[in-house]
Design a protein around this ligand. Structure first.
Ligand SMILES: Cc1cc2nc3c(=O)[nH]c(=O)nc-3n(C[C@H](O)[C@H](O)[C@H](O)COP(=O)(O)O)c2cc1C
Ligand SMILES: Nc1ncnc2c1ncn2[C@@H]1O[C@H](COP(=O)(O)OP(=O)(O)OP(=O)(O)O)[C@@H](O)[C@H]1O
Length: 277
């Protein structure tokens, strides 16, 4: 997969014909996966590239000053997932105020018509352009007028609720991680830094400050550490300043290491933890 970092100054983003899915896609949940698979199938049938346009940072960080915006995945994790979804080219548009002020018609002209975009794939609630004025109706009108293809993916739901990144972020934050796979399609996974050793099998871990940790409690986790997979327990203390303790079954690790934790289910706390060095 080729990754292309863009700014609003870039003109034509592709010379080659391509089918482009557009959206932020935090977490690449089951709704996103349906959309991406649709785009992939179309691209295969038409023998053109399957591309995705995403944005960085999240529009809310730039437009609403939400500098503490939390993500289900970091940009490197999103790249990895997009590659696994079969994306040929990932466009990462720097989302800044200049780009945000682009009118919907100008977005269509520049990134669809002038960029050899044969077909666009978005979800039912996709918005774009200045003050989010562009929507699927406008895209539909323009696609008929200008001759590019358009697929609008209907709302994918679970238990009558729209599967959304916001909903999944809420589930993780509330510690309802058993429900997460029904929306995300997999367990919630987060990369952590191993900060220091504690006695026994315990280490202190810290996520990237943009990532989410579940609310306080104990969880059964799968730890992916290099090529090693082990199981353990993760304990989040009530106070956010307290250490987050991870107990590995097989604690072969070094200070400064990064490992990923997959949250499987809530655990009963059966013993008090050793937290002193
Ligand atoms: C060219 C462009 C300009 C945008 N300008 C705004 C804006 O002024 N205000 C806003 O709230 N969102 C704006 N957005 C963000 C979109 O409303 C939307 O969040 C983004 O396209 C990602 O789509 P998704 O949230 O469906 O994934 C803009 C998006 C694009 C592509
Ligand atoms: N449940 C869903 N069913 C169909 N399409 C979806 C669904 N969720 C998102 N999409 C589409 O996927 C693309 C990316 O959407 P976006 O990143 O805004 O996801 P989201 O889950 O709605 O995020 P958030 O909750 O942060 O608004 C958009 O084109 C959007 O319309």
């Amino acid at each position: 997969m080729e990754v292309v970092n863009l700014t609003h100054l870039d003109e034509q983003i592709s010379k080659q014909p391509h089918i482009m899915a557009i959206g932020f896609f935090d977490g690449v949940h089951l709704g996103h996966q349906e959309l991406l698979n649709h785009a992939k199938e179309l691209a295969k049938k038409q023998n053109v590239l399957f591309t995705v346009m995403t944005f960085s940072p999240h529009p809310n960080e730039v437009l609403k000053g939400d500098t503490d915006h939390k993500y289900l995945m970091t940009l490197p994790e999103k790249k990895k997932k997009m590659k696994a979804m079969g994306v040929d080219k990932l466009f990462i548009m720097e989302f800044d105020r200049t780009f945000a002020s682009l009118l919907p018609a100008d977005f269509i002209q520049k990134y669809i018509l002038n960029s050899n975009t044969r077909h666009v794939v978005v979800g039912f609630d996709f918005t774009f352009g200045f003050k989010a004025q562009g929507n699927t109706q406008l895209l539909r009108m323009q696609s008929k007028k200008s001759g590019f293809g358009l697929s609008v993916i209907p709302k994918k739901t679970y238990m009558e609720e729209k599967i959304s990144s916001t909903l999944i972020r809420g589930l993780v934050q509330e510690g309802d991680i058993d429900l997460v796979p029904y929306y995300l399609g997999s367990n919630y996974e987060v990369n952590v830094n191993i900060l220091q050793y504690k006695i026994n099998r315990n280490v202190v871990v810290q996520p990237n400050d943009k990532s989410i940790f579940p609310s306080h409690g104990s969880y059964i986790v799968k730890v992916n550490h290099g090529t090693k997979i082990s199981y353990g327990k993760f304990h989040r203390r009530p106070d956010s300043n307290d250490d987050n303790i991870l107990e590995f079954m097989d604690p072969v690790h070094e200070y400064g290491d990064i490992c990923s934790i997959e949250f499987i289910s809530k655990a009963e706390v059966t013993e008090s933890l050793s937290v002193s060095n």
